[in-house]
Design a binder for this molecule. Structure first.
Ligand SMILES: C[S@@+](CC[C@H](N)C(=O)[O-])C[C@H]1O[C@@H](n2cnc3c(N)ncnc32)[C@H](O)[C@@H]1O
Length: 277
């Protein structure tokens, strides 16, 4: 049996190959000091595929251009962390400023469209759905689109099933009781909330204009992994998916730097929001 060290060893050419593979497939930049990340995330895949080492995995990919294995490598290397009502100040800004305005502006059509870009396992989209129900939009025509590069996480988002540890993160107890029921060791989100969101596999580096127009786009905690040019292209595309005056919400470590001509930056309570010009 091979030692842990030899399984997770990565030769320098293979390290560069993996960096380039993840960059070309998802736009994610993994620097030269991320050995531990490649090792810890790819070792389980190596074992699952019955290979001897990460070097063997690279050899397989190079020899066969195996698209399914290539996809699994990228999915293993992406960070999918998310939780309900992440960045509560964003939801407070939506509740106190955006929704009252939309309620007034759209009182005739009663139609709103939202997008959770980089939706991961769906907590962002469903937090918004629960907020909309709480704020009296249950008889409105609401569309919440959740998209992600990874079809694996979207499968989980669609199921609306969450583990105890996931509902413990950010979800108020009252909303757990109201919208979920226990199902074995998991929690199942109710049908009315699930129906408000739909999920699609979309790479943020592709043209997204046709998806819009949206009243609000969440694009949080994904652009930190991209290089400057990719970020700028994505921000420009996101602008074109928003109604004028629509909101873009970014993660705490992200800004719309470099595209000030497209977005105005506003502080709403404790949140920074980018308003499409
Ligand atoms: C850290 S999660 C963020 C989830 C959620 N937006 C939040 O803030 O809680 C980042 C997600 O971005 C997705 N992602 C990475 N590269 C992507 C790309 N090029 N296109 C679309 N999604 C991508 C990953 O699959 C992952 O689910």
């Amino acid at each position: 049996m091979q030692s842990q060290a030899s399984v997770s060893e990565i030769d320098s050419e293979n390290y560069r190959f993996l960096q380039q593979h993840v960059y070309s497939q998802a736009g994610i930049v993994l620097e030269d000091d991320k050995h531990y990340l490649f090792e810890s995330r790819l070792t389980p895949l190596v074992r699952q595929l019955g290979l001897g080492s990460i070097n063997d995995l690279c050899a397989l990919l190079q020899a066969t251009r195996e698209t399914e294995v290539g996809r699994q490598v990228v999915e293993a290397m992406t960070t999918n962390e998310t939780y309900f009502f992440r960045d509560p100040a964003h939801y407070e800004a939506i509740r106190t400023v955006l929704l009252p305005r939309l309620k007034e502006d759209r009182r005739d059509m009663k139609k709103l469209r939202f997008w959770s870009a980089a939706a991961s396992t769906g907590q962002e989209a469903y937090s918004l759905a629960m907020l909309l129900l709480q704020e009296g939009f249950s008889d409105w025509n609401i569309e919440i689109l959740g998209t992600d590069f990874s079809s694996q996480v979207l499968e989980r988002a669609r199921s609306g099933r969450y583990q105890q540890i996931e509902v413990n993160r950010g979800l108020p107890a009252a909303l757990l009781v109201k919208h979920f029921r226990r199902s074995g060791v998991e929690w199942q989100l109710s049908e009315p909330v699930r129906r408000m969101a739909r999920f699609e596999t979309i790479d943020l580096r592709k043209s997204m204009r046709a998806l819009g127009p949206f009243d609000l786009v969440f694009c949080r905690n994904v652009m930190i992994y991209f290089d400057t040019e990719t970020k700028k292209n994505i921000l420009t595309e996101l602008h074109d998916t928003l109604f004028r005056g629509g909101w873009l919400l970014l993660g705490g470590a992200e800004t719309a730097f470099g595209v000030e001509e497209w977005f105005g930056r506003q502080t709403v309570g404790g949140a920074i929001v980018y308003v499409a010009r």
